[in-house]
Every structure is written in structure tokens, then in C-alpha cells.
Design a binder for this molecule. Structure first.
Ligand SMILES: Nc1nc2c(ncn2[C@@H]2O[C@H](COP(=O)(O)OP(=O)(O)O)[C@@H](O)[C@H]2O)c(=O)[nH]1
Ligand SMILES: [Mg+2]
Length: 307
């Protein structure tokens, strides 16, 4: 009986969350601001929750702001910690106060909001090694939020094979540790055109993470990297064996790009099945694998970012 009530509650009052993660400077705050405007236009009851205690330039008005609870600056000053230690402390503090701070605030917004964009802190070790943010996400899941991690990575990393391999490893590690529906994004894709001459392969080589042997060959051209050949081979073969990592391209200032990314995210967190703006036969059909031809995908996902 209890189980039936829980399932019913989930269907009747679904709540969604995008957890925006990624290294500092990858475009998380910009994405949150643009996505907020975009989802609002679509008629969603959306709000941005700032969970980054060192977020300086918020270009949105957050419905909840962790900086009212704790800031990195205060921790550095009062606890004599460095910036990384202070951020770890803040993340732990947030995880310890999720039940008496974050969840009550989210519940208060329940009548007017059911879709949240969580602007998360950037230090990558928070998602690859540390447990505090995972605890926060787990608790939100227990509260029946349908979550998706949106991992933003600067598309500039495609321009160097070593950086791209590190990116793949980091993305895979985060996906496995977070165990949530996950969308990897190469951000600032509008700048790819500028770096295109530096790319060794076509853009879809990077987005679809095609045969990594070619990337290894490029690494061997670099004398400094040659001594790590075996390690690089092992990393690439692990990424290929899991076959989990692929990327979407994003230009946060392009409506078409935001729309394409929204489609992926809606499939990942199940929003596409909710009654509302996209419950059309076409959008549900688009969920089926292969519903879109490769030519259409190329036209919308790749062509806008190459010469
Ligand atoms: N060209 C371009 N610049 C972007 C895009 N997204 C973010 N940026 C820029 O990248 C910089 C860092 O962005 P920010 O959102 O503060 O990154 P955060 O540290 O991950 O929150 C800012 O100067 C943004 O204007 C994008 O899609 N295209
Ligand atoms: Mg930010």
C-alpha cells in the first residue's frame, strides 16, 4: 500500500533536477542563466539553485543560494584554509545541512517550481574522489527528484590529444561514481571553428569518441608523451571497453543548440514522458534510438560548429 502511494506521488508530482557540473570556467553558470531563460520560455516552472559557494558572477537570480549558508571566502578567512580545502569544507557543510537547509527551501518552492537547475561547484575532485556532493545528489534522489548530471567540458580540450584523453577518463570516472543519468557536453562549441585548424580529426570523432587508436598515434608524436604510451593505451582501452562516454556540443547562446541539448536531457531524466510541451507523437518517437537519421544529426549537431 505504502509502495503504491509512493509511486502515485511520483507520477502526480514529478520534480526534476539538472545537476550542472564541470571544471571551473567550463560555462556552468552561463549555461544555468541561458537555460533558465530558455526553459522559462517553454513554460516550465524552472528555478536556478546555486550550490557553488565560490560563485562570483551569477548572471541569474537564484531561487536558493548556498552562499547564504556558507562561502569559500569566509571559510578561508575563519578556518585558515586554502581555496581547495575551503571548498571541500563547504561541500561537506552543505551535505551535513541538506535536511535542515536545502530540502526545506526546495519544499517551500514546491507550489511554484518543479524543475531545478543546480549550479554546482567546479572542483573536479568533488565528483571523482570526494563523497560530499554525491551525498547531496543521493539525498535529492531519495526525495524523488528525477535527476540528470550535465557535465560541461570546455570544447577547447579537443585541440590536444593528451587533454582529450584526460577528459575522457574524468568523464567516465564521474559517470561511474555518480551513478545517475548523465549527459556529457562539450561547451563553447561556437569557439570550435576558431580552433578547428588545431583539431586532428573531424568534430564527430570527439563527440562520438570514435576509435581511440588514432588519438594514441597522435600522442606518440609528442616525445614527452611517448614514455607514457602503455598507460595511455590502458586508459583508452578502458574508456572504449565501458563504451559509455560521448558528448553533445553546446553553444549556450544559440537557441537551436539549447533545444538539441534539451532533447537529450529530457530523455535522460524522463521529462519527455511528462504531460506538457513536448508530449507530441514526434517527440516521443524521437526518443526511439535511430529515429533521427545520421544526416539530420550531422546537420544540427555538427555542421553549425565547423567551417
Ligand atoms: N563563446 C562562448 N563562451 C561561453 C559559453 N559558455 C560560457 N562561456 C564563457 O566562459 C566563461 C566562463 O563561464 P562561466 O559560466 O563563468 O563558467 P563556470 O566557472 O563553469 O561557471 C565566461 O566568460 C563565459 O562567457 C559559450 O557557449 N560560448
Ligand atoms: Mg560558475
Amino acid at each position: 500500500m505504502l509502495q503504491r502511494m509512493t509511486i502515485q506521488a511520483k507520477v502526480e508530482n514529478p520534480r526534476y533536477g539538472q545537476l550542472i557540473i564541470g571544471p571551473p570556467g567550463s560555462g556552468k553558470t552561463t549555461y544555468c542563466a541561458e537555460a533558465y531563460k530558455f526553459y522559462r520560455e517553454l513554460g516550465r516552472q524552472v528555478g536556478v539553485v546555486n550550490l557553488d559557494p565560490a560563485n562570483e558572477n551569477m548572471s541569474y537570480d537564484p531561487v536558493i543560494n548556498v552562499m547564504e549558508l556558507i562561502t569559500v571566502e569566509d571559510c578561508m578567512e575563519h578556518l585558515q584554509l586554502g581555496p581547495n580545502g575551503a571548498l571541500m569544507h563547504c561541500a561537506e557543510y552543505l551535505a551535513d545541512h541538506i535536511d535542515d537547509w536545502l530540502l526545506p527551501k526546495l519544499r517551500q518552492l514546491g507550489a511554484t517550481h518543479n524543475y531545478f537547475l543546480f549550479d554546482c561547484p567546479g572542483q573536479i575532485e568533488l565528483y571523482t574522489h570526494h563523497t560530499a556532493m554525491a551525498r547531496v545528489f543521493e539525498r535529492l534522489e531519495q526525495e524523488r527528484y528525477s535527476l540528470v548530471t550535465v557535465n560541461l567540458i570546455d570544447s577547447h580540450y579537443c585541440s590536444e590529444p593528451a587533454k582529450f584523453i584526460a577528459t575522457l577518463l574524468m568523464a567516465l570516472n564521474t559517470m561511474l561514481r555518480m551513478s545517475l543519468p548523465h549527459v556529457n557536453v562539450l561547451s563553447k562549441a561556437d569557439l570550435l571553428r576558431k580552433h578547428e585548424s588545431k583539431l586532428h580529426f573531424n568534430v564527430d570523432y570527439y563527440t562520438d569518441v570514435l576509435d581511440l587508436k588514432y588519438l594514441l598515434d597522435k600522442l606518440d608524436d609528442d616525445p614527452a608523451m611517448r614514455k607514457y604510451q602503455k598507460l595511455n593505451e590502458a586508459i583508452c582501452s578502458m574508456v572504449e571497453d565501458y563504451a559509455l562516454v560521448s558528448f553533445q556540443l553546446l553553444d549556450a547562446f544559440s537557441t537551436d543548440s539549447m533545444l538539441r541539448l534539451r532533447n537529450h536531457i529530457d530523455k535522460a531524466n524522463g521529462y519527455v514522458y511528462k504531460a506538457g510541451e513536448e508530449q507530441t507523437v514526434n517527440s516521443l518517437l524521437a526518443c526511439a534510438v535511430g529515429a533521427e537519421t545520421e544526416a539530420v544529426r550531422q546537420q544540427h549537431d555538427i555542421q553549425p560548429y565547423v567551417e
